[in-house]
Design a protein around this ligand. Structure first.
Ligand SMILES: [Zn+2]
Length: 268
């Protein structure tokens, strides 16, 4: 699998879109992944030790609709294994895990849970739903977190802006208080994000806006699962990044102050 992120992060039944996969099992690329090894008690590189075609009868088996097995072994201890079952769709445009051992980890990220505070219960429930493929539930929980934290988050973003950007932002921020609809709030400020919150030119608020809107119209668990995963990733990014930037700028101000005080003392 050329898709490290898919193997490492995707929960069961969440669709992973791909450009057309190669047509035969012996042409599928093999990728290393980095995951936790409980035996080594750390993150380790895992390599695939079996072949995609092991149960197919011949090596160049067509991949359309196929369910194949991937066995990954920790290169450090050479003992701990992770096993995945993956289904290819009929058009070779989509992969989906249909089995995984050990189970997809419902790993509450201690840092995120602390930052989310009273909302962390919903975060954990969202993860549990995701792990079972309950997309509608997961989406509902993450959406609730966004709704409950959006005002605070937008206020905190204001603290990261330069003075000239701040004036524009604050005008928009004031308007966000006039609506109770989360998507409208996001729409008002999404184009005013500071560069520090735009990794590689991407705009997480725009992405969150469309995930929330599209997720509301998604019918099945399967469709919702995709939007739920996107919401979670963006939420984690924003919460982490806002907190890190605030801490960094606080540190910056403190060290600036120290420097200035030193200078002032020298001048006396
Ligand atoms: Zn290991």
């Amino acid at each position: 699998m050329p898709y490290k992120k898919f193997v490492e992060e995707y929960s069961l039944y969440r669709k992973f879109k791909v450009d057309r996969l190669p047509p035969k099992t012996d042409q599928l690329p093999v990728v290393q992944v980095n995951m936790e090894c409980p035996k080594c008690a750390s993150n380790q590189t895992f390599v695939m030790t079996n072949k995609y075609y092991e149960n197919c009868g011949h090596t160049n088996f067509p991949v359309e609709g196929l369910v194949f097995r991937m066995v990954y072994m920790c290169v450090h201890c050479q003992e701990f294994e992770r096993v995945f079952y993956v289904k290819v769709d009929e058009n070779r445009e989509c992969l989906m895990k249909v089995g995984q051992y050990p189970a997809w980890e419902i790993k509450g990220d201690a840092n995120i849970e602390k930052l989310l505070g009273e909302h962390s219960g919903y975060y954990r429930k969202g993860l549990i739903c995701e792990s079972q493929g309950y997309g509608i539930g997961a989406f509902g929980y993450y959406r609730r977190i966004v709704e409950e934290t959006i005002d605070k988050m937008l206020d905190e973003i204001a603290e990261l802006l330069s003075e000239e950007d701040l004036a524009r932002y604050q005008g928009a921020l004031a308007k966000t208080k006039e609506t109770t609809i989360t998507q409208e709030k996001i729409d008002l400020v999404k184009d005013l994000l500071p560069p520090i919150l735009r990794p590689e030119g991407m705009n997480p608020l725009s992405a969150l806006h469309s995930a929330l809107s599209e997720g509301l119209h998604a019918g099945s668990d399967e469709e919702c699962l995709e939007f739920a995963g996107t919401c979670r990733e963006i939420l984690v990014f924003l919460v982490n990044q806002v907190a890190a930037s605030k801490a960094a700028s606080k540190g910056f101000t403190a060290s600036m102050r120290k420097l200035l005080e030193k200078k002032a003392q020298k001048n006396c």
